[in-house]
Structure formats: structure tokens, C-alpha cells
Design a protein around this ligand. Sequence first.
Ligand SMILES: [Zn+2]
Length: 549
Amino acid sequence: MLTCRNDMLELTKQLVQMESIVNTKGEKAFAESLYDMIMKMPYFKQNPSHVVLAPTVNDERDRYNVMAFVKGTKGKSKETAILMGHIDTVGINDFNHLKDVAFSPDKLMEHLLNEQLPNRVKEQLDSGDWLFGRGVLDMKSGLASHLHLLKYYSEHPEEMDGNLVFIAECDEEDSSHGILSALDILKRWNEEHGFTYVAAINADFVSPTHEHDQNRYVYKGTIGKLLPTFFVTGAETHVGSPFEGLDPNYIVAELTRQISYNPELSNEAYGEVTVPPISLKQSDLKPNYTVQTALSSFVYFNFFIHSWSPKVVLNKLKEQAYIAFKNAISNLEEKYEAYCAMSGEKNQGLFWKPRVITYKEMEAQLVKEHGDTFTNYMNKFKKSLLENKELDTRLFSIKVVEKAWGWMNDKSPAIILFYSSLYSPRVITDNETAKGKALITALDEAIEEMQPHYAHPIVAQHFFPHISDMSFVALNDDNDSIEAVAHNNPAWGTKHIVNYDSIRELNIPVINIGPYGLDAHKHLERMEMTYSFEIVPNLTKLVLEKLLG
Ligand SMILES: [Zn+2]
């Protein structure tokens, strides 16, 4: 066993103090400092080409990954294990008056002693076994564990029959440009050094699932995420005659009612269930106040998956949207009837029909109707949108759909369904492949050996419950599923592109052994030191020993 608690504590504090909020200059500065730290280790002084400070690709920001490797000298194996972790953190607005000390755990904890805290938090603060601060949990302490192991093996390459790669990637908290860019270098090292990647170990944070949950979880894979988006067009009318039109906001409200919190849209696999979708933004596209109803509206939802492919989700949501549209119409008809009875107005009948199409279907229809004229027009339009750097991929996609809709011959009210953001695939690491089996066996054995040294149960589950960069080192989806993502994302190929083939080519089995704590992304972010500083590095090392021993 490594006795590394004190080193880990110092290293974590050092990494926390190097502020690295996602999408700020801090990310770049952090990468540069980390690169310098690694370069100071004697092994890397002697082998400077084994460390790279690598810029991200296809990224609007100037930021970097730090990658390094140690070649084992015990045997001739080319098998290579990867330690991966992100360097960025979320922002600190939630710290309010404590912003100045958000990155200084000791000072922050001093301040917290004088704050009103929930009992449980107070106990943890007083126990001396918890560290508070932005990034302590997510995931500077995980990164510290990986860095500690990189240093260890750089001093003991004779213990490895095989190689160790270290990836510290940026932009995990937003768009994963870091890990996606790192894949190219992994491929290059495969060509130059013959590395065959047999396993990746991520060290993102883990949390209990409820208040009395004592388990410390490790994960054999990760949850996936989609951002299904609905563009709704209605029929415009003046506020004075509401029943003559169809308000898109009315349909969107029904969509949200149908989809948000709907357990039918929870995805179960291996007995583990995703939380149902929930809306993340809902708005109409009217630029300012008028007494006309809006022309169009949109809503998008967070959607987690364990086993469903993006194609399956699209089909399910098409069905749900149809139900919502039908409900909206019949509800409206009832209201109209009641209003006519009340006012004595003659009931003319309402003749709206539910209509739901995917973006891919709409585009195909438009190409059929207008051919190249449409395609060329849209290409120019997308190019002009790209100039507005403030526009995120979600809004970019919505604007493309809005513009394309203008070309439709049949403009009767409709819901258009598409994806408007990065698809993070779900990953299952199991015994199906030889590599997967070796990693799972190594993990199971390592847990068994580690458990007697730790008071709380260490429990392996399948799906890491948050979005993580694990999504981008292995791919369980077939081509058809990925095409459903690409062809239904209006930003695909311009504002947004991911080389999923490249992920499939590498297909590295991945697990997560990470620090334990609570309230990541909140101002009471905190980490339990005994598990994070003693168990995490040793458990990770045990897995490495079994893989590369
Ligand atoms: Zn994280």
C-alpha cells in the first residue's frame, strides 16, 4: 500500500489553488503549470518527448491538454493503460461572499466555521477528514491521485510490463473538446510506440445516492446524454381572436407536461434506472412585444440513457410529441366549445391536426421541393450564423430549423424534433470482449483486496451517473445510431462535429475510481479524505498491477 495521504493533500490543495474554470484563461494557465510540474520529474527530464502540452482541435478557444507516458521496463508488452481526468472546474458564482477563498481550502474552511451550516455539513467540517473548496471533489483530488501514480511509475518503470498513459484534459464541464482532441494523440502514440490501449481509468467524483447510503461506488462505464429539442410552429393570430390561431406556446406547454418527469422515459439497464427527462429551456422566438401570438417556440430537454440508442430515443419522443400535440388540440376544442356556449358565438369547429416530423424528414422534404437552391441558401445561412460566436450550438440549431421552416410549402402547425447539442454516448464495460473482461476481473479482484482496509462498502455499479469524458473513449452504438445523431442535428458539420468513428476505432474499456464527496458544483463542494486520498490511489494502483503486472 502506498502511504500517500499527506502528499495527496498537499498536491490537491496545490491543484485547487491553480484556478481553472471552464471556458476561461485559467484552463490554459493550469495546463501550462501542470506541464511544468511533470517536466520537473526526473524521468521526464530525461524523456522530455514523453510529455506534451497539446492544443485542442476544432475549438473556438485557446486551451490545452497535458498528456504523458511512462514505458514499463519489466517486459516487452505493448499493452497500455490510461489514467484520465479533467483539469477544469465549474465557476464560483455560487460562493457569493466567499468567492475570494473558493480556491483556498484552508481559508474557506476557516470562514465556514462562522457560517450557518446544515448539521451534517458542520459535523464533516469539524471531523478534520473533509476538505472544502471549488474543485476539491470535481476533480482535482482525482487528478492528484493520477498524478501521484504517474510519478510513482516514472520512478518504478521496472514494475510495469506495459505502459502507462496520463491524460489531463480540459473542457469536460462544457463540450469535451479536451478528450476528443486527446484521441488523435493516443492514435499517434499507437503508431509511433505501438501502444495498444487495454483500459482507461477515470477519476471523476462519486457521491452517495441518498442520505444514509454508506457505499463508495466505482463504475464500469457511464450514463449517456442527449439533448432532444422541439421546434413548434403554430398559426399566428391577434389576441382579440385567439381561437382563430394556434399558439405554439400552448403546444410547447403540453410537450413539457408530457415529457418532463415522465418515468416512461426512464431507461433501465442492469437494474439501474436513469432519472426521467426534464426541460432545460423553453421559449418562443418572438423578438419583442406585440399583440400577435408567437410564430414559433422551442423547448429542449436533458435526456439520460443507459441502453437506448439516439435512434430509439428519437422514435420514443416522436410518439410522445404526437400524444402531446393531440392532447393540446382536444383540450383546445373543449375550451372553444365552452367559450362558444358562454358567449353565444357560433361554433365554427377547429380543424388542427397533430403533425410531428424529425429534422431529417423535414430536410429531405425541402431538398425534394427546392433542390440545390434550398441547400445552397442554407449553407450560406449557416456560414453567416457561425460568425456570431455568442450563439451556442443549441440556439444555432434552432435558428437553422426556423430558417428552413420558412421554405416549407405546407406550413400547417407542426412539431419538428431534432438534437441540438453534443451527444455523450453511454458506455458499458462488461465481459463481452477480452479487454473488457480483463479490466472487470482486475477491478473485482482489486476491490476484494482493498475492502478489508476500509470501513465502508466499496461497490461496483455499471453507470457513472453524471456526464463525463468516459463517454468519448469507447462506443457501444452502431453506425445507424450515430447517423440518427448526425442527420438530426442541424449544427452537424458546421458548428458541431464529433468523430465518433475515431472513438469506435479506439474502443478502450473504461472504469471510474474517483474521490468521494458531496455537493459538487455547489458552494459546499467537499471531499472525504480517507477514501479519496488513501483508497482511490491504492485501488487504482492495484488495478494497474493486475493489468500490467
Ligand atoms: Zn467532473
